[in-house]
Design a protein around this ligand. Structure first.
Ligand code: GDP
Length: 462
């Protein structure tokens, strides 16, 4: 066959395939045989859990690739309302396999409590695999997290005290424990002794706390080994085979771009990368396999923990949005802490989407804004008298003041609407205004916490 003919044949196939994708890519049950990532554009709590749970319907495998039990996803489905911290948001389906990837900070007792709690609520026992390369959150990581926050006092990072920062510090200091090491008794005992020697110096002399009992720790690790044994898997080999068989894989991120240790509001960030690009590493797949990056943006802002939050609002205005927000108020899924509230931030979200490599934006919790006459949107940052729409480094961010623009509200309930054209005009204007500001296509609009509360929209040309 002539090269030119071959080119046109391939080109046509790609165009047809794209057209099919444009029209109904996310519709229920469609088999897409590819890897998609669901990640957050902002500070987390954008509604990734709901979007993952929804997309999991058309997926075979869902992988958590970073983070730990320090943040949670809230999911509402036919079984009830759940706050998941470690389990991927696909555990509610019979047909999916849920994977804890090597990039995760694995808290074994929490994983098991979570499995137990969903099964107790009537969810069928999910199929779970845990990477043999995932590292374990040790009991002393949680203690170090608490002690360090105490030591820092008012200068603390607002940690959830789940041991995440000490865990990742140890991982990169090469004194972490991989799941696979639990099964090498002699090496394990020797390493526990060696690591505790160092930890105990810090515990006793920096924090003035009791030393770790090595024997007791080893016993705890034996319990962990027995708990995790049935699930341990060479995940990268499993995923390689699955992808060759044409399976659809969802990578589920935790938190959002602005909490990324490299590209976020350092040092008020989390300790593992929250970017879709890290999905390849934290799951163990080639980066080129990730074909769709669905970045979740909430229709207003919220944040937990310390750090600059330019579009933040306070007082009664914030209380009202917090009360009405999410599904039953904006309070942390892990800590129950009231979240900090703010208007939609186009500067942070444009950057958040860019760093994720967004192919699609899922715009969530839009229904909540129906009470407002006017909706302020942050369209720029004023820094040293100049207005910018580029998200700055932390030192400059501290000086940023929000430039707000008011958009007219729609003043009605939009839950239950399933077609984009049926949304009130001001609501569509709000969506399209934000889409233009951030420069990425909004193809899904979430107007309620349930799986069915979703409006699909064809990819517009921005
Ligand atoms: P995640 O960490 O990104 O998964 O976010 P959260 O678990 O904090 O989810 C945000 C909250 O909003 C949860 O309580 C969800 O049930 C809820 N939620 C998600 N999408 C929507 C939506 O479109 N409308 C409303 N009202 N609530 C939503």
């Amino acid at each position: 066959m002539l090269m030119v003919e071959l080119y046109y044949l391939c080109h046509e196939a790609v165009v047809t395939c794209n057209r099919k994708n444009e029209n109904s890519r996310f519709q229920k049950g469609e088999v897409n045989d590819m890897v998609k990532a669901v990640v957050g554009a902002n500070w987390g709590d954008e509604g990734k859990g709901k979007i993952t749970d929804m997309l999991a319907q058309g997926a075979d495998i869902i992988v958590r690739f970073q983070g730990g039990a320090n943040a949670g996803h809230t999911i509402v489905n036919d079984y009830g309302k759940f706050a998941l911290h470690t389990l991927p948001s696909g555990v509610f389906y019979h047909h999916t396999t849920s994977i804890i990837g090597n990039g995760v900070a694995l808290n074994i007792p929490i994983l098991f409590q979570e499995i137990q709690s969903i099964v107790e609520k009537g969810v069928p026992m999910p199929k779970i695999l845990v990477s043999d390369r995932a590292q374990i959150v040790m009991p002393y990581h949680i203690l170090f997290d608490q002690y360090e926050e105490e030591r820092l006092g008012g200068k603390s990072f607002g940690s959830t005290k789940s041991g995440i920062a000490p865990f990742y510090s140890d991982k990169y200091a090469k004194i972490g424990f991989q799941v696979s090491e639990l099964f090498e008794e002699e090496l394990l005992a020797e390493k526990v002794e060696r690591v505790c020697e160092m930890k105990n110096i810090l515990l006793q002399h920096l924090y003035h706390k009791p030393a770790i009992d090595v024997k007791q720790l080893l016993e705890t690790l034996h319990q962990y080994r027995d708990m995790v044994a049935p699930y341990v898997c060479d995940v990268s080999a499993y995923l390689d085979k699955a992808l060759k068989e044409g399976k659809t894989v969802l990578l589920e991120g935790q938190l959002g771009t602005l909490k990324d240790p490299d590209h976020g509001i350092y040092p008020m960030v989390t300790s593992s990368s929250t970017l879709a690009a890290y999905g390849a590493i934290g799951a163990g797949i080639p980066p080129y396999e990730i074909k769709e990056i669905i970045t979740v943006c909430k229709a207003y802002s919220s944040a937990v923990g310390a750090g600059v939050f330019v579009s933040e609002i306070f007082g009664e205005e914030a209380d009202e949005l917090r009360r009405r927000g999410g599904d039953g108020g904006e309070y942390g899924a892990t800590t129950g802490r009231p979240r900090r509230m703010g208007w939609f931030d186009c500067v942070a979200s444009k950057y958040g989407c860019r760093m994720q490599g967004t192919t699609d934006v899922a715009f969530t919790v839009l229904d909540v804004l129906g009470y407002l006459d006017e909706i302020p949107v942050c369209v720029g940052y004023e820094i040293d008298g100049e207005v910018t729409t580029e998200f700055p480094v932390t030192a400059k961010l501290a000086k940023a003041k929000p430039v707000l623009q008011n958009l007219p509200g729609w003043k009605c309930e939009i839950r239950g609407i399933r077609k984009y054209e049926e949304l009130p005009e001001n609501c569509r204007n709000y969506i399209e205004f934000i889409e233009k500001q951030i420069g990425y296509p909004i193809t899904m609009i979430s107007n309620g916490p349930g799986r069915e509360d979703i409006i699909y929209r064809n990819k517009p040309i921005i």
